[in-house]
Ligand binder design. Structure first.
Ligand code: GAP
Length: 599
């Protein structure tokens, strides 16, 4: 019976049967780690993206960009992904299957974050626990564990001279464009740039359907701040209640969750950075809004060895499915890592001008070498010697204290009389300085959010003596807002009225499914299974009574129905769909029709 299946199995079955998602390219045997979202899933996913865009772009006053998904190699040399974006790979000597060594260790032991362990220790653990290949049972003890870079490589244009990579995170598309993006923010901090788009990782062992895939969608916000001046509006989220699992609690023997508010978590130093606290607060509210079960949700701080190469601190949003915790978003303090790296590796300017409150007088070391001496002495290298002297004056003015000063040009030492270098200290009035902004990054996995919403919405109950499965999806993301049915399909008047209602609802911006096939009970079940919050049925009673023509509105979760005048349907539906009116209010205002009976 269905109860014996795991949540994941039930979900995969429903997802395929009802068109949420399924393995891609099935006609050719498929390719692990790639999924197609069917009609219901594509709409659910795009509703999640739209809800994210509204909260993290529009409501925050940020702006959105859309960068290419393929970027040239130097981008990833600078970002550190070429060298450091690796997972631990072990191959089975018997069947050749590749596995993530750290995941095998986690499955075989109580260790929760084996990716933080050194490779040698993971190799030892494979031996100590006699870890076997999950595919064929072969012995993995004694097999080498290697670093495997997760980026997909390609060539840009014909030939192999211009390597490129499919981006492993959308973030780099924002960072490399910072010199232009900052102009749109009028060169003033703080500002946020967002991007929703595909990311690609050649995962060693994709698993748990859309939870770990090789192509997935991220929704990322890069918040650029002046670390000395900018503060978030913490008051706006101070009272938001959260469940935190700080690193200290994870490391303690009897570690516990901390149930607190964002305001207290920041005041008590549990969340060290106010910007991270701010985004945790917004995220908590957003996850509740789209329908994550907050009893199966927590924020977990990364342990020191777990953090990505760019992160000074990081908290993950995690949801529980099937007894496992899934990372559905990360909130990282990236500091100036990315902008500094791109500044170092490229010729562009990744700073922003910080205006002083008052202009300042500063002392600046300058040289003004006598070229009539340098020219004859150094010939074609005279200009390089001049540049080297200017650079030295800036970096180490004390070097000019003796009678001579030396610089290196073309690998050779050049000595110049200090008098000839013409070194002096000048006073200058400056109005500001160039700083490299710091970055706080909320990074959401859209596919994992969709998976969580489906898992947390999955319900089974009984209506009219029949078992039913339904998805209690929030109207904010449900693929269809309302189903509309004529009670029977062979009465033209009912069909015409139902179709007219469909048109009115669509014109009002609602997503509507019209259905006239099969019994009314079966039609309700079909909509229940894809999470449609409300259904409208046009029946003879509603058209033949005295007063105005009416139809019924049925609430998915309780199967209660109320009879509402057709003229009021659009207004009432919009109000309940947006959460402005509770269905209970409709029950009070209108006639309740045979509660719970709809077959
Ligand atoms: N820019 C930061 C970044 O990419 P991440 O923690 O590696 O951080 C962010 O990824 C989110 O992307 C994760 O929290 C997760 O929800 C999602 N994600 C990462 N790898 C994924 C995969 N292989 N399949 C599906 N979603 C993934």
């Amino acid at each position: 019976m269905s109860e014996e299946r795991t949540e994941g199995e039930r979900l995969a079955e429903l997802a395929k049967r009802r068109g949420f998602f399924f393995g891609a390219s099935g006609a050719y045997g498929g390719a692990a780690g790639f999924y197609t979202f069917g009609p219901q899933g594509a709409t659910l996913k795009s509703n999640v993206e739209e809800a994210w865009r509204d909260r993290f772009t529009v409501q925050e006053g940020n702006f959105e960009v859309e960068a290419p998904t393929i970027m040239p190699e130097p981008v990833f040399e600078a970002s550190g992904h070429l060298d450091g974006f690796d997972d631990m790979l072990v191959e089975c000597p018997d069947c050749g299957e590749s596995h993530r060594a750290d995941h095998l260790i986690e499955d075989a032991t109580d260790i929760e974050d084996a990716e933080t362990l050194p490779i040698a220790e993971v190799e030892d653990l494979l031996v100590d626990h006699d870890v076997r290949c999950p595919n064929c049972g072969g012995h993995l003890a004694g097999e080498p564990v290697d670093d495997f870079n997760l980026m997909f490589e390609t060539n840009i244009g014909p030939g192999s001279s211009t390597p490129g990579y499919l981006r492993p995170e959308t973030a780099q598309g924002i960072f490399v464009e910072f010199p232009r993006v900052k102009e749109y923010a009028r060169n003033s901090l703080p500002f946020g740039a967002t991007q929703i788009g595909r990311a690609y990782r050649n995962e060693i062992s994709p698993r748990k359907s859309i939870v770990r895939t090789r192509e997935f969608t991220q929704a990322e916000l890069e918040q650029f701040v002046d670390p000395e001046r900018d503060e978030p509006d913490l008051d706006a989220v101070a009272d938001v209640e959260v469940t935190l699992y700080p690193a200290t609690e994870q490391e303690a023997d009897d570690g516990e969750y901390v149930e607190t508010t964002i305001g207290e978590a920041v005041d008590d130093g549990i969340v060290g950075d106010p910007w991270i606290g701010y985004f945790l607060g917004i995220a908590q509210e957003w996850y509740e809004h789209v329908g994550v079960d907050t009893d199966r949700f927590r924020f977990r701080q990364h342990l020191a060895g777990e953090r990505a190469h760019y992160a000074a601190d990081c908290w993950d949003a995690e949801s529980e499915v099937d007894g496992d915790w899934i990372e559905i978003a990360g909130f990282a303090y990236r500091g100036d890592y990315d902008l500094s790296k791109h500044s170092e590796y490229s010729d562009d300017e990744f700073t922003i001008f910080r205006q002083f409150d008052e202009p300042k007088t500063i002392e600046r070391a300058v040289v003004d070498p006598d070229m009539s001496v340098l020219g004859p002495e150094f010939g074609g290298e005279a200009a390089d010697v001049q540049s080297a002297l200017e650079e030295l004056a800036d970096r180490d003015p004390d070097a000019f204290e003796g009678e001579t000063v030396t610089v290196t040009v073309g690998g050779e030492t050049k000595t110049v009389d200090t008098d000839v270098a013409n070194f002096r200290i000048e006073e200058e009035t400056v109005s500001g300085e160039h700083i490299t902004p710091h970055v706080i990054e909320p990074s959401f996995g859209v596919d994992r959010t969709v998976y969580t919403l489906l898992a947390h919405a999955y319900r089974q109950d009984e209506v009219d003596g029949e078992e039913r499965t339904y998805l209690s999806l929030s109207p904010a993301v449900a693929p269809t807002d309302v189903g509309v049915f004529p009670l029977v399909s062979n009465v033209p008047d009912l069909v015409d009225r139902a179709k007219a209602i469909v048109e009115d609802l669509r014109a009002a911006g609602l997503d509507v499914a019209y259905d006239d096939s099969g019994s009314i009970g079966r039609r309700y079940r079909r909509q229940d299974e894809v999470g449609t919050p409300f259904c409208i049925t046009v029946d003879r009673d509603g058209l033949e009574g005295e007063g105005p023509d009416t139809a019924t509105i049925r609430e998915r979760d309780t199967a209660r129905q109320v009879r509402v005048p057709i003229d009021s349907l659009v207004t009432e539906l919009q109000a309940v769909d947006r959460g402005e009116t509770a269905f209970d209010e409709l029950v009070e205002a209108y006639e309740l029709v045979a509660p719970g009976t709809d077959a």
